[in-house]
Structures are given as structure tokens and as C-alpha cells.
Ligand binder design. Structure first.
Ligand code: PRP
Length: 175
């Protein structure tokens, strides 16, 4: 078996700029509101912590976790809730924070489960969006980077391969 190699695709600096841009857009849209950021674990943990600090506005934070079963790098479409949120979101403005949206299976599942809790609104913020991989029609309201279809499996800045690479500061394509 050939060893895996990491090809840098998005630098720490580019990520910082994207987070700033997203935060200023979100801040404008949620002026005078107190949104609930719901991070989808585990991949979003670094992005959410950077975004929340950059937003520098009244907000609440909670986390959820869903698992999709399949191989390490391909989502099977069968998604299951692993961790529920802990606060009531009834009547609140929810901003789901994801690291990446590929097939959309995970996000579609999460949106439906959050909608059942009757928030006032739900929007989606994802650091990366890969629309070419989409199987389920879900819309990302705020996307930091739109990845081309030829970009392979990505790791770093929260994203893993078999639980490795999450703490890398840049984002890499795994080859
Ligand atoms: C990744 C990512 C998204 C999901 C996107 O999570 O964080 O939640 O896959 O893929 P999809 O659009 O094809 O559903 P993963 O299940 O790898 O868990 P992790 O965040 O704990 O690494």
C-alpha cells in the first residue's frame, strides 16, 4: 500500500480571511439578533471557535453530532443522531456551523431534526462546500470556500481521516 501524502490547498491565512468575511456577512444579517450557533461535531470545532470569536456579538453555542455509516471517505446516506443539542431553540435563530458539505446527507438530516424543534429560522454556514458531490438538495447560506469537483478528500482545520490530521492549521488534500 502506498503512503498517504498531504497536498496543501487552503492556507491558514486564506482561512483567516474567509472567516473574517463570513463573520462580517453574518453580523450584518443578524444585527440586533442573538443567533444560536450549532456546531456539527467533530469537524466544525475549530471553525466554530474561530467564527464565534470573529463574530464578536451576542450569540449562543451548542453542538450536535450525527454519524453517517459508510467507508472512511464516502458517506452511505444512512445518518444517525449521536448527540442531541442541549438547549431549547424554540423561536430562536439557528445558524448551523459545518466544516464541509459534500453529499448533503448529514446536513439534510440535521436540518430536519432541528426544524422539528421549531426554531424561528435556520441557516447554514459551512467553511467548505462541494456542490459537485451533492446527492441531497441542501443549500449552504454562507460558504467560505467552494471546492472544485477534482479536489479529493480534505483534512486539517478540524477535518480528519480516521481521526488524524484534525489539528493541522492549513487544509490539505489527502492523496
Ligand atoms: C463530515 C463533515 C460533515 C459531513 C459532510 O463529518 O464534518 O458533517 O461529513 O458529508 P456529507 O455532506 O457527505 O454528509 P464526518 O461524518 O466525517 O464526522 P466528523 O465531523 O466527526 O469528522
Amino acid at each position: 500500500m502506498q503512503a498517504l501524502s498531504l497536498k496543501p490547498i487552503i492556507s491558514k491565512n486564506e482561512i483567516e480571511n474567509a472567516v473574517q468575511k463570513l463573520a462580517s456577512e453574518i453580523k450584518k444579517d443578524y444585527a440586533d439578533k442573538c443567533p444560536v450557533l450549532i456546531g456539527v461535531l467533530k469537524g466544525s470545532f475549530i471553525f466554530l471557535s474561530d467564527l464565534a470569536r470573529e463574530l464578536n456579538m451576542p450569540l449562543k453555542i451548542d453542538f450536535t453530532r450525527a454519524c453517517s455509516y459508510g467507508s472512511k471517505d464516502y458517506s452511505s446516506g444512512s445518518v444517525e443522531l449521536v448527540k442531541d443539542i442541549e438547549m431549547s431553540i424554540k423561536g430562536l435563530d439557528v445558524l448551523v456551523v459545518e466544516d464541509i458539505v459534500d453529499t448533503g446527507y448529514t446536513l439534510n438530516f440535521i436540518i430536519k431534526y432541528l426544524e422539528a424543534k421549531k426554531p424561528f429560522s435556520i441557516k447554514i454556514c459551512s467553511l467548505m462546500d462541494k456542490p459537485s458531490k451533492r446527492v441531497v438538495d441542501v443549500k449552504v447560506d454562507y460558504a467560505g470556500f467552494t471546492l472544485d469537483k477534482d479536489v479529493g478528500f480534505v483534512v486539517g482545520y478540524g477535518l480528519d481521516y480516521d481521526e488524524e490530521y484534525r489539528s493541522l492549521q492549513d487544509i490539505y488534500e489527502l492523496r
